[in-house]
Design a protein around this ligand. Structure first.
Ligand code: GRF
Length: 203
């Protein structure tokens, strides 16, 4: 399965995928890595692995629509079966969603629908939950509202701060992402409304 990965940060989720795809038996290939900004370690990790990278910086475009079109074309040029947001901090637009409908995943560091948005870890901590976690979902036109593929719980420790909790969540996200992409590559998936089923024959 051909995958384009989009990043905006340190790229630790990307790194987990890079390590998994180093195994020739892992049925996923990262064909490109895209970023919305320069000077981050994500694309450098890809370049070290010999994977093409591209950058789509919003300020370089006269409108968000032009940025969305450019991002769509950059991704499409690599003919991916799937696009994965691994910490990509931009909301894609209608052109991207139309082109990759049902084929664009995002990993969020909270148990959606709780704590959507940019500060899911901090919001969960501030709320005082005892359990939070991560969610892998199919992106739709909303913010962190798409059909859920996989979730894993992570307990909150009394002495957790945002960074320590996020690092523990990321460790679970990495495992969830690698395992789920393998299942998608082997069995395929279908999205019907709010339900996404792995396995083309799944009802
Ligand atoms: C992950 O926790 C992801 O859920 C969130 O941003 C983080 C990405 O971390 N959207 P990294 O850049 O892969 O280290």
């Amino acid at each position: 399965m051909r995958v384009v990965v989009l990043v905006s940060g340190s790229g630790s989720l990307l790194q987990a995928l890079l390590e998994a795809t180093a195994d020739p038996d892992y049925p996923v290939r990262i064909v490109a890595v895209g970023a919305d900004r320069s000077g981050i370690t994500g694309p450098q990790r890809a370049e070290r692995a010999g994977i093409p990278t591209f950058t789509c910086r919003l300020p370089e475009f006269s409108s968000r629509q032009d940025w969305d079109r450019a991002l769509t074309e950059e991704c499409a040029a690599h003919e991916p079966d799937l696009v994965v947001s691994a910490g990509f901090m931009k909301l894609v637009g209608p052109e991207f969603l139309a082109r990759f409908s049902g084929r664009y995943l995002n990993s969020h560091p909270a148990l959606l629908p709780s704590f959507p948005g940019m500060h899911g870890v901090r919001d969960a901590l501030d709320y005082g939950v005892r359990v939070t976690g991560c969610t892998l979902f199919v992106v739709d036109e909303g913010v962190d509202t798409g059909p859920i593929l996989a979730q894993q719980a992570v307990e909150v420790s009394p002495d957790d701060d945002e960074e320590s909790l996020h690092e523990r969540i990321k460790a679970v996200e990495r495992r969830t992402l690698v395992e789920t992409l393998e299942r998608l590559a082997v069995h395929g998936w279908t999205v019907r409304g709010r339900k996404v089923s792995i396995g083309v024959s799944a009802d």
